[in-house]
Design a protein around this ligand. Structure first.
Ligand code: GLN
Length: 318
């Protein structure tokens, strides 16, 4: 049994975890490598560290760089999956699977064998299919506005913006994503023009938001599909459960098993160094530290979540 934990202690716990991360950086421990295949991300200080928790009851706790916007990257895939399911319904599952891929996030290999049907919506290939569904179904133009507005409403922050420098940098170096999209187009699994899908995908990845914003924005998944602060139902309870199942099994690519083993929470990482994690019924957590593991997941962010889940007794397996 986990030790009983008083949620009022969360603020102090976050500060302790942030201090330990700072000490690790000073000692040169627990270091990864900042993503450099997107040049605009390469310049970020690897010693940044922010962490925020938003509770279902409305309390929010933040430490260190929790208010500084960072590049959302693949964490955007959770929001687009939610939005696409609402727009096109369960038909989406005829175009993208629900199995962990066991391969890097931008791998092409499986896609050829499996005839253009990506393993899951949280690897790049799957996320491109999801974005394609939004591009075709969005009621607004350009479709990125539907995605950005959805995220702004979820975060209750209308000032969240797309970092155009990052989007342009992704586009200029987006050879693998272009390859994935073109391969799927050849298999008939991308409906809209490839260029439109890629532009929308690069823009959604380039949304900049803080840990405080992100933990607030994910709160609907901690509360069975309803945003507890506005009372708005975002997705059905069943969809919220299923999205979390996919986050647990696929949210960290070929390190998803290791993340479940160490942290035990449904979560999604991005190469900007962010991780969003859900404690069902209780809270949403966002952590940011830009230096990554070989699989593209924040090293210090994972350590922080491991400590938080253990101290607060909030792994879903507790
Ligand atoms: N924009 C990035 C890419 O497509 C997102 C990858 C990630 O965050 N893992 O390569």
């Amino acid at each position: 049994m986990a030790q009983p934990f008083d949620d009022a202690e969360l603020g102090a716990l976050l500060h302790r975890i942030a201090d330990e991360a700072r000490q690790d950086f000073a000692k040169g421990q627990n270091l990864g490598k900042v993503a450099d295949y997107i040049p605009a991300l390469a310049a970020i200080d690897p010693n940044k560290f922010g962490i925020a928790v938003t509770m279902v009851d409305g309390r929010q706790f933040c430490a260190r760089d929790a208010l500084e916007p960072f590049s959302l990257q693949s964490i955007s895939k959770v929001f687009t999956l939610t939005l696409a399911l609402e727009l096109v319904g369960d038909e989406l599952w005829s175009r993208v699977g629900r199995e962990p891929s066991g391969t890097p996030f931008n791998s092409l290999v499986q896609l050829e064998y499996e005839k253009g049907i990506p393993r899951n919506p949280l690897i790049n290939a799957g996320a491109l299919v999801v974005t394609d569904a939004i591009v075709a179904a969005a009621a607004v133009s350009p479709p990125i506005k539907a995605i950005a507005d959805f995220i702004r409403v979820r975060a209750a922050n209308p000032t969240i913006r797309i970092d155009d420098v990052v989007a342009q940098s992704e586009k200029a170096w987006g050879y693998r994503n272009a390859a994935l999209a073109n391969l799927m187009k050849a298999f008939g699994n991308i409906k809209s023009p490839v260029a439109d899908v890629l532009d929308t995908y690069f823009a959604q990845c380039s949304i900049a938001m803080s840990c405080a914003d992100l933990s607030r924005a994910m709160l609907y998944l901690a509360n069975a599909g309803i945003d507890p602060q506005s009372g708005q139902r975002v997705v059905s309870e069943q969809r919220a459960r299923r999205i979390k199942a996919i986050m647990l099994t696929c949210g960290h690519y070929d390190a998803s098993g290791d993340f479940a083993f160490r942290v035990g929470l449904p979560a999604k990482s991005g190469v900007g160094g962010g991780i969003a994690a859900i404690v069902p019924g209780r809270m949403s957590i966002a952590v940011w530290s830009p230096a990554l593991s070989a699989q593209g997941n924040s090293v210090a962010g994972t350590i922080a979540l491991e400590k938080l889940a253990a101290a607060a007794g909030c792994s879903i397996f507790d």
